[in-house]
Design a protein around this ligand. Structure first.
Ligand code: HAM
Length: 431
């Protein structure tokens, strides 16, 4: 029969700002993701999942102009306005208000997956990226913020990162200081977040409060241990006085979690790019990442009320997996990808059946085992086993098989010995 001719339609590039991840990349990404999932589960967080796309309005409501301007939005065939999720918090709070309200509180949930923002791509900044996200809804404020920070910092430790540090601020304090309505407050906070002095100056002039420029500039420069809180209090006068007490209490609880003072600093300049934050806010940086050094951020926010729920404390954070993996690589914190325990080589086609039985017994015992699929000769097969980093090659030859054994080659030392099939699993596992 003639083979139908296939005419290539062309070579395709992946869309700008997206990534393909190969097997080694995925091993590293899963390693980091499982560190987060492991710590989150040990903290009593449970997994949820929300849609990859939502109605556009959900994100327009309170995400802030930064993110709204970056949405992947489109109309579906039914004429509905849809957006790919740029983050998880709005979706989880929508889910909470609509369906999870009856669960016992506090509700502690995590989720992981892709998020989409139409940003200018560069190293560590993509249009599709991957977040590890956790939220606590309905717990008391200080303990929930402390728990959330402990999970974020605990994840860094579980990954093996040593150089990352959390910077903790309080946006409620800034909001109390800015005598403007929500939209104007947001405009000022965005200029502050971007450290755009010219824009900040222009906004304050527009709002008739140019005298706030200097104190705000002084305030966002304050970073250090709890002693800076006194200085911040002095700059802000009476505004946001509760926030200082709050941060002191938070630091005390973090201490009891075993979080060292060197793991975090107070930083009055943490403003955050999303509009829904109302209380404590934090960001985590890795010094190894250059311009896109922020590996995570979060804080206390108000969204449930906006979506029709009753007022409850809400707090959470997201870590950027792409950046965490880069930071972990830079610090040499990741374990090498898991190698094959055994690669099974039949000597000739006659031995294939026996080789598959050996392979099946290894797999059934939970070992990672693979078999020659090309019918290659022993030398080529050993080269392949070496190239893929298999720990052992198991050579199934006629003479040995008849005697109920196989030849096992240790691929690191090159040593080869005959092993009975009865003890093969222990021999591979023990070596
Ligand atoms: P976010 O600061 O916008 O917060 O994002 C969290 C993390 O996601 C960032 O620190 C960064 O590591 C990563 N990230 C953001 N954009 C990109 C990008 N374009 N490319 C690569 N990584 C990126 C939130 O999304 C909030 N929902 C966090 C939160 C949860 N707050 C309360 N609960």
């Amino acid at each position: 029969m003639a083979v139908p001719q296939v005419r290539p339609v062309g070579m395709f590039e992946r869309p700008r700002g997206t990534n393909d991840w190969g097997p080694d990349d995925m091993a590293r990404r899963r390693q980091v993701e499982s560190a987060f999932v492991g710590v989150a589960r040990s903290f009593g967080f449970r997994e949820v999942s929300t849609p990859m796309f939502e109605s556009l309005e959900l994100f327009e409501a309170k995400s802030g102009p930064g993110i709204v301007g970056e949405l992947y939005a489109f109309e579906d065939r039914g004429g509905r306005k849809i957006a790919l999720r740029p983050e998880f918090t709005a979706s989880i709070l929508r889910f909470y208000v609509n369906e999870l309200r009856s669960l016992p509180k506090p509700i502690k949930v995590y989720t992981t997956g892709s998020a989409f923002r139409y940003e200018e791509p560069q190293k560590g900044r993509y249009r599709e990226f991957y977040q590890l996200n956790a939220e606590i809804i309905g717990g008391a404020a200080v303990p929930s913020d402390a728990e959330s920070l402990a999970l974020a910092i605990g994840t860094m430790r579980a990954i093996g990162l040593k150089q990352v540090r959390a910077r903790i601020g309080h946006i409620g304090m800034l909001r109390a200081y800015l005598p403007f309505g929500p939209a104007d407050q947001a405009a000022v906070l965005h200029a502050l977040d971007k450290r755009n002095v010219l824009r900040l100056e222009a906004e304050l002039a527009r709002l008739g409060k140019p005298e706030l420029l200097e104190p705000l500039n002084d305030l966002v420069r304050l970073t250090g241990d709890a002693s800076i809180l006194g200085e911040a209090k002095r700059i802000l006068g009476g505004a946001g006085a509760d926030a200082f007490d709050y941060l002191h209490k938070l630091a005390e609880q973090l201490y009891h979690y075993g979080i060292a003072p060197s793991d975090f600093a107070f930083d009055m300049g943490v403003v955050r790019g999303l509009d829904y934050y109302t209380g404590m806010v934090f960001e985590i940086d890795s010094p190894n990442l250059g311009a896109e050094k922020q590996v995570g951020g979060g804080g206390a926010y108000t969204l449930a009320e906006l979506f029709g729920g009753e007022p409850v404390p809400q707090t959470g954070f997201a870590l950027g997996l792409d950046r965490l993996v880069m930071a972990a690589e830079a610090e040499g914190a990741l374990a090498p990808p898991e190698a094959l325990d055994a690669y099974v080589i039949p000597i000739g086609d006659a031995m294939r059946g026996k080789a598959i039985e050996v392979l099946a017994s290894l797999r059934a015992a939970g070992l990672r085992a693979d078999v020659d699929l090309l019918g290659r000769g022993p030398t080529k097969n050993l080269e392949y086993a070496n190239a893929v980093g298999a720990k052992h090659a198991i050579i199934v030859g006629g003479r040995e098989a008849k005697g109920g054994s196989v030849a096992v080659r240790d691929m690191t030392t090159g040593e080869q010995r005959e092993v009975s099939l009865r003890t093969l699993v222990e021999a591979i596992r023990g070596a």
